[in-house]
Design a protein around this ligand. Structure first.
Ligand SMILES: [Zn+2]
Length: 395
């Protein structure tokens, strides 16, 4: 294996500029959620150029590149949609510049997370060049709509495409550490009804804003009483939106709702989270619902899911984590750090819903995700392209 690892490292180094240029091309194509068509065509072109056995685009718009045809399936996931620009004044370079210098590739998506797919295209090229012939199918998947609804793309792949990998690597940024989980999340709406009347005589009505405000203060307290997990950290809840209405600005409000961002730690389920909120808002007449996501993909397909994104983790001694650790140590002659993400990824369905063993390994630092002046170190791209190829041999 030492021999293979050495060859992989040599090729990853040799293709350093190729990887950086591929990433630059992806970054220059604006690709917010539901607008990924052009970036997907470019990713498909890159996989074809790299010599993949087959590359196709599924009904939701995911690009699926394949190498090999064996029974065991190892998949690499990287979402191709990015968030928007934000305030242009905060950027030192144009957000879609894709500029390359000696050290970095710059622009939206370099970290979150087109760097992972750019690296795995190179891994595919390396594996083809080395004549990879294990009895395995490797799938390299550039997914869509993750920023809008994490995990939806994998719901589509598992349930509609009937593809169920044995292992999945998420290439979301991990700073080249191996990650094995993160907290789940859900979006909850609490609605309060009031009775309007003329604002000159408020005692005749029932003001929804007062009820929602009391409910909001209870939710603030609830945040201090949520579960904790040694590895994943504490569950949390916050109110991200407060909306109300009334027939006129001279009337008592007859409607208000709170939008809750709930982060779920280990052991916290949808049922538990809903019950906890119900318990504190019932006294003010609050009605609790878990929201539903439904949008039209760039392919024209309407698809959705409940906005419940389960917590997931796999144990450090799991065979897949350990295969990752061995591939890393074998390639780079040091032990990796095994940790977790702060944010949420497609792992919520891959492992959280379907129980498919999942680890994370990706170039770039999570703290630059969704931030201005996003950039990724080219040496990180090289390491990632070597790791994905090495893992395919190690697993
Ligand atoms: Zn991401």
């Amino acid at each position: 294996m030492a021999d293979i690892f050495q060859k992989i490292n040599e090729l990853a180094d040799k293709y350093r500029d190729y990887t950086a240029k591929n990433l630059s091309k992806l970054v220059q194509i604006q690709s917010e959620s539901m607008g990924e068509k052009l970036v997907q065509l470019e990713l498909k072109r890159q996989m074809e150029e790299a010599g993949f056995d087959e590359v196709r685009i599924d009904g939701l718009g995911n690009v699926i590149g394949r190498i090999g045809n064996g029974k065991k399936i190892l998949a690499f996931d990287g979402h191709m949609d990015t968030v928007g620009e934000g305030n242009p004044a905060n950027w030192n370079k144009h957000w879609l510049s894709g500029e390359i210098d000696n050290e970095f590739v710059y622009g939206r998506g370099t970290v979150d997370q087109e760097g992972g797919p750019a690296a795995f295209v190179t891994s595919g090229r390396i594996l083809k060049e080395l004549g990879f012939d294990k009895d395995m199918t490797l799938l390299f998947v550039g997914t869509v709509m993750e920023e809008d609804c994490d995990g939806l793309c994998w719901k589509y792949i598992v349930e509609e495409e009937k593809i169920r990998p044995d292992f999945v690597v998420s290439t979301e940024p991990t700073n080249l550490n191996i990650y094995r989980g993160h907290r789940g999340r859900m979006e909850i709406r609490v609605t309060f009804q009031g009775i309007s009347c003329h604002g000159s005589a408020p005692e005749r009505g029932d003001n929804a804003i007062y009820k929602a405000s009391r409910g909001a203060l209870e939710i603030e307290k609830l945040n201090n009483n949520l579960g904790n997990d040694e590895f994943l950290g504490k569950g949390s809840v916050t109110i991200s939106e407060f909306k109300s209405g009334s027939p006129s600005l001279c009337a008592v409000s007859d409607y208000a709702h709170l939008h809750l961002d709930r982060r779920l730690t280990w052991g916290e389920t949808k049922e538990l989270a809903v019950k906890q909120v119900e318990e504190v808002v019932a006294q003010f007449g609050g009605k609790v619902e878990v929201l539903h996501y439904e949008e039209v993909a760039y392919t024209g397909l309407k698809y959705g899911m409940e906005k419940y994104f389960p917590t997931w983790k796999i144990e450090e001694n799991h065979e897949f984590v350990q295969a990752g650790v061995r591939a890393f140590s074998g390639l780079f002659d040091k032990a990796p750090k095994v940790d977790k993400w702060t944010f949420s990824t497609n792992g919520v369905t891959i492992n959280g819903v379907y129980g498919i063993p999942c680890i994370g390994f990706g170039p770039g630092n999570e703290v630059l995700a969704h931030a201005p002046n996003e950039k990724v170190a080219i040496k990180d791209l090289v390491v990632a392209s070597a790791f994905y190829a090495g893992l395919a041999y190690e697993i």
